[in-house]
Design a protein. Structure first.
Length: 75
């Protein structure tokens, strides 16, 4: 893990570059880490249920955005 200090180009930078590097701020210091490998993580039943519920919410919202009459009622 690399630490950055007083780097104008990377000041408070957060996010990822591709799937190689992650820039984040930990305890006020900028830190560069490798991209996490989540391929071996097994989600729990509750996580899968929540993921499914969130997918349903996305499909519902997309349906409203595609229908001008429904969209007009929320705007």
């Amino acid at each position: 893990m690399a630490k950055m200090s007083n780097n104008i180009a990377m000041h408070q930078m957060q996010g990822a570059i591709g799937k190689l590097l992650v820039f984040k701020v930990v305890k006020g210091e900028g830190v560069v880490t490798k991209y996490p490998d989540m391929s071996k993580v097994v989600p729990s039943e509750k996580q899968l249920a929540e993921k499914s519920r969130f997918g349903e919410a996305i499909r519902f919202a997309q349906g409203i955005l595609r229908d001008p009459a429904k969209f007009a009622t929320i705007s």
